[in-house]
Design a protein around this ligand. Sequence first.
Ligand code: UDP
Ligand code: MG
Length: 318
Amino acid sequence: MSPAPRPAVSVVAPCYNEQDALPEFLRRVGAVLDGISGSSEIVLVDDGSRDRTWPVLAAAAGRDPRIVAVRLMRNHGHQLALTAGLSVCRGERILIIDADLQDPPELLPDMMVLMDQGADVVYGQRRQREGESLFKRATAAAFYRLIARLTDVQIPADAGDFRLVTRRVLDLLLAMPERHRFIRGMVAWIGGRQVPLVYDRHARVAGESKYPIAKMVRFAADAITSFSVVPLMASMTIGWIMAALGFGFFVYSIVGWWGGHTLPGWTSLMAAVGLLGGMQFLMLGIIGAYLGRLYDQSKGRPLFMIRDIVGGGGGGPQ
Ligand code: UDP
Ligand code: MG
C-alpha cells in the first residue's frame, strides 16, 4: 500500500488543561485552514490534562476529519508534548502554535508567502505582549539576553515556538534525540533561511498560564545547559580568581607571621571559609545540573508516551 499523500499544512498544538480555550481555537484555526489551498490537518496533543480537554479533543476529531487528537500517558511538559505532536503530524509545512490563542493563527497565510519565497523557517517575533505581567515580560527579556551572551547559536530574542517550518527542518529536528528540549533553540541551530514575522502577542483567550515560576526556571535551565557550557567553564575562571586571592592571602599571612604581629584572625578565617564553601557548592551545583541531564539522556527512555490517537483517517503513523 502506498503511503497517503501528505497534507500541505499541519497545525500542531500542545494542550494542557485547555478545555475552555479549545472551541475558540478550533474555530479560528479551522477558518484559517479553509482559506489555504491544499489539504490540511490539526494535530492536538493532550498533555495529561486533568480537565475535560481529552473528551473535547476526541469529540472534535470525531466531527472533523482534519483533526487528529493525541493523548499522552501523563503530563510530559510543553516541549515534549509538542515533540509528540510533531512526530505524529504528516504535513509538508508545519505550524507550531499554542492552544491558548496568544499567537494568532491568522498569520499563517503571511507565513506561507514567506515560505514560498524560500524561507525554511518563518518565526513569529513578538512586538508587544498583552495581558502578561511586568514580571513575565521582564524575566523573558532577561532570559533572551542571557542566552544570547552564553551561546554562539543565534537564537532570536522575543520569539517563542510559534513558527512555520518545512518538512525538511522538522525531520532534522525530530532526528535530535535530546530529552531536555529547547525547541526554538534547536530550530535556530539547524540554520537554513530563518525569517521573522513581527506580530503582537495577545492575552490568553481562556484559562491561565501553565507556566508557573518553577517551570519557567526549569525551562531556562534546560535552555542554558543544552546550548552553552559557559557555566561549566565559569568554575575555572572563578577558581583562578580564588587561587590568586588565596596566594595573596598566603603571602600576606607569612609576612605577618615573619613580622611577629599575627592575630587570632577568626574573622578573616571565617570569611574565607564561608566564601570558599559557598563557591564550591555553587560550582558543584552547576556540574550537577549538567551531569543530571547527561544521566537522564543516558537512560535512553522514550521522550513521550502516547496513550491514544483518535481521528486523522484512523490509526495514524504510530
Ligand atoms: N502546555 C502543555 N503542557 C504543560 C504546560 C503547557 O502542553 O505542561 C501547553 C499549553 O496548553 C499551551 C502551551 O503549552 O498550549 C503554552 O503554555 P502556556 O500558554 O501556559 O505558557 P505561556 O504562554 O504562559 O508561556
Ligand atoms: Mg500561553
